[in-house]
Design a binder for this molecule. Structure first.
Ligand SMILES: C[S@@+](CC[C@H](N)C(=O)[O-])C[C@H]1O[C@@H](n2cnc3c(N)ncnc32)[C@H](O)[C@@H]1O
Length: 402
């Protein structure tokens, strides 16, 4: 786990659709001791000065905390915001764009708008010009914040007002998730294949971070090689390469090897990336080349389902997937160094009531030569990524070779 050298600002991170995954990602990157659960939507994190929201997948917005209040209702918070920024922005250069987002409290959008308008009028008297981003909900959507570039320069500000269990925080956004870059990395790739089921880049990015292998921004120093033995169209390889890792992908299907190669060539034309190695190989017997510093993969998920399968059908699929996954883990275990971190997405099947059928091999992780990485703020044995209408969820295994 990366131990932060300069944890030098107190920040709030707004969590994505599956908060436990977002928290686990922050914990792996910045250390459990620097992550403090704050509310259902948000955690407080000591972030390094060079934090860049684009390098993480599970946080939708981040902000530098500027004030903390005990039990404050919205009218009182609103007055404090107007008073503070009327002074703070009295002598600013140029026009300011302001968005206000409230989390964890049911505040009417028009009341938030009133705060903005009152501040705009107060500043006008000082000869200052303010453009307000309209709220259609208490919090601006990630898309609205991103498209207005809020938090990315001094004169484009988003105030994140976050109500927690014991206090309320006001933070100035340091950026929202770059949804257009993520969409371009998903839909813009030359080779896509709906049948293998491509990982969303955001999840692949999260998985690389969840492995716990520290990323190093400097392309000159080797930050490590990440292996994906089920690389498919190469989404994990892409996200790992963008973080500065060398990448090594293998797949049973020649077509997927070609797809990953084409996609990585496309990526290399757009971004500086490190070494890329891609070859055909059956993960249950392939001999990989060293070095392998971490393994991040979405393994074989079995056939897709659009409705919960009959019990005997499900048992058959579970048996097949278990066998492939077990043989893969045994084969890999003999080839990687003790301590090597892994983040694997394996299938877990949801029934009509949302209950999961898990792979039985999860009880035998230690016998296969691996242990769960200890996470403090989430239950590492129950992390899964899915949408409400999905039958085949992806369970995330965050492991380490014993
Ligand atoms: C769920 S897909 C991975 C998709 C990939 N994450 C992507 O984003 O495109 C699983 C991949 O595993 C490959 N596969 C299935 N069995 C395999 C095996 N025994 N060894 C290696 N690859 C295998 C399939 O060809 C498929 O590309």
């Amino acid at each position: 786990m990366l131990q932060v050298n300069n944890p030098n600002y107190d920040a709030i991170c707004l969590l994505g659709r599956q908060p436990e995954l977002s928290i686990a990602e922050l914990e792996q990157l910045y250390g459990a001791q620097n992550v403090h659960p704050f509310s259902n939507d948000a955690v407080r994190v000591q972030l390094p000065a060079d934090f860049d929201i684009q390098r993480i997948g599970g946080t939708t917005k981040s902000g530098r905390i500027v004030a903390e209040f005990k039990h404050t209702d919205w009218p009182a918070a609103s007055r404090a915001i107007i008073r503070y920024y009327d002074k703070a922005w009295a002598t600013r250069e140029g026009k300011t764009t302001l968005g206000i987002s409230v989390y964890g409290q049911d505040v009417a959008p028009r009341d938030i708008q009133r705060t903005g308008l009152a501040l705009k009028q107060a500043l006008k008297k000082r000869g200052q010009s303010l453009r307000l981003v309209p709220n259609d909900a208490a919090a601006l959507s990630t898309a609205t914040s991103h498209h207005n570039k809020l938090g990315l320069s001094d004169n484009k500000v988003e105030l994140l007002v976050v109500y927690g269990k014991r206090s309320m925080l006001v933070a100035e956004s340091t950026g929202a998730q770059n949804i257009s870059a993520l969409a371009a990395r998903d839909q813009g790739r030359p080779k896509r294949d709906a049948f293998v089921g491509m990982l969303p880049p955001k999840l692949a990015l999260m998985m690389v971070n969840l492995s716990g292998l520290p990323a190093d921004n400097a392309m000159s120093s080797r930050s490590g090689t990440i292996l994906d033995p089920f690389c498919g169209t190469g989404v994990v390889l892409q996200e790992a390469a963008l973080l500065g890792f060398d990448v090594y992908g293998t797949d049973l299907a020649e077509k997927m090897v070609d797809y990953s190669k084409a996609n990585m060539q496309w990526l290399a034309q757009k971004h500086p990336i490190g070494q890329v190695q891609i070859e055909a190989g059956d993960a249950i017997e392939h001999r990989w080349k060293s070095p392998i510093d971490a393994v991040v993969a979405e393994t074989y998920l079995g056939q897709p389902f659009s409705a919960p399968p009959a019990p005997d059908k499900l048992q058959k699929v579970v048996r097949i997937v278990s066998e492939i996954t077990t043989k893969f883990l045994q084969n890999l275990s003999a080839q990687i160094e003790p301590g090597t971190p892994l983040c694997l997405a394996v299938p877990a099947w949801r029934d009509a009531n949302g209950n999961f059928t898990h792979l039985p091999i999860l009880h035998d992780i230690e016998e296969l030569g691996y242990q769960w990485q200890p996470l403090e703020h989430v239950d590492v044995k129950h992390l899964a990524y899915y949408r409400e209408d999905q039958i085949v969820a992806r369970q995330l295994l965050i492991l380490r070779k014993i």
